[in-house]
Ligand binder design. Structure first.
Ligand code: AMP
Ligand code: FE
Ligand code: FE
Ligand code: ZN
Length: 277
């Protein structure tokens, strides 16, 4: 089994990096990519443990980018020897812009009478809106995480604060410059007709689409596989495991076993022509 899309406590997952590796091993997962939002901290903490127990851990990241005004997640994979120092420096800049957004989001919530301070949020590495959502639930301002988003944190929510995010084109460029492989995360969330948009994204440097994902029906997956094949693009796949923050999604197997990522995906990733060139 392989799973190339996993979050840890260093972004908005609830399993520590080491716990994710142990959980993967006990499920029989052979290859795992940690793809935290805008940080390598989870991967960095897990890599030694993964080596010790001989689990193949791929260095990954999930970047929040904008495509024509819409929030679009972009996965970056750096199979070997990992991300470059200049890419890592760029990622630190992204974290600064997120931190500034978080300060303004806390202020906005306080203006609405919600007593939330950044220091109340239980976050290790990168703090995101899911941490705010958990806190809103804890202090009784929302009945569940989704309600917290709908009421306060989503783009249509009362406290929404926009963040300075890179464009998808910039993300693609940065990943390519760092010899990484890019993949469009959970393409089912793209609102535009992907058949029209994808050729442009490929021309901008997109290598792959995440055809296999817990949010995809089998029809979705078949459609994304066909789109990728028609454009001679790679495909990737993963659960988008977040632990208790997405309790219905299991590592490697997705929602009620709806996910199965074929081993060949890893070969494509690590032996892609561009990666070897
Ligand atoms: P951030 O990167 O801090 O802006 O937070 C983005 C994360 O919040 C996404 O990865 C999702 O996990 C979650 N999220 C964003 N919008 C929504 C929404 N409308 N409903 C539920 N979760 C959301
Ligand atoms: Fe997330
Ligand atoms: Fe995502
Ligand atoms: Zn994700």
């Amino acid at each position: 089994m392989i799973d190339l899309h996993v979050h840890t406590t260093e972004s908005d997952g609830t399993f520590t990096p080491v716990a994710v590796i142990d959980a993967a091993q006990s499920l029989g997962v052979k290859v795992l990519a940690i793809t935290d939002h805008d940080t390598f901290l989870g991967y960095d903490q897990a890599s030694r443990h993964a080596r010790a127990i001989r689990l193949h851990l791929v260095c990954g990241i999930e970047l929040s980018t904008k495509l024509q005004g819409q929030s679009t997640h972009l996965l970056g994979y750096f199979p070997c020897p990992g991300a470059t120092q200049s890419f890592r420096r760029w990622v630190l800049d992204l974290q600064r812009s997120r931190h500034e957004r978080n300060i303004r989001l806390a202020e906005q919530l306080q203006k609405l009478g919600v007593p939330i301070k950044l220091s109340d949020l239980k976050a290790n590495g990168v703090t995101g809106r899911p941490h705010f959502a958990r806190r809103l639930v804890e202090i009784g301002f929302a009945s569940n995480i989704q309600h917290a988003f709908d009421e306060y944190l989503a783009e249509s929510g009362k406290a929404y604060v926009a963040r300075d995010e890179p464009t998808l084109a910039e993300g693609l460029c940065r990943i390519r410059d760092a010899q990484g492989i890019s993949s469009l995360a959970h393409p089912v969330r793209i609102k535009d007709d992907l058949a029209l948009v994808l050729p442009e994204l490929r021309d901008l440097g997109l290598d792959a689409i995440e055809a296999y994902h817990s949010d995809h029906s089998s029809e979705d997956t078949l459609w994304f596989l066909k789109l990728a094949a028609d454009l001679r693009m790679l495909v990737t796949g993963g659960s988008d495991f977040h632990g208790a923050n997405k309790p219905d999604v299991q590592l490697a197997t997705g929602r009620n076993g709806n996910l199965w990522v074929p081993d060949i995906v890893l070969r494509w990733l690590t032996e892609s022509e561009r990666h070897l060139s």
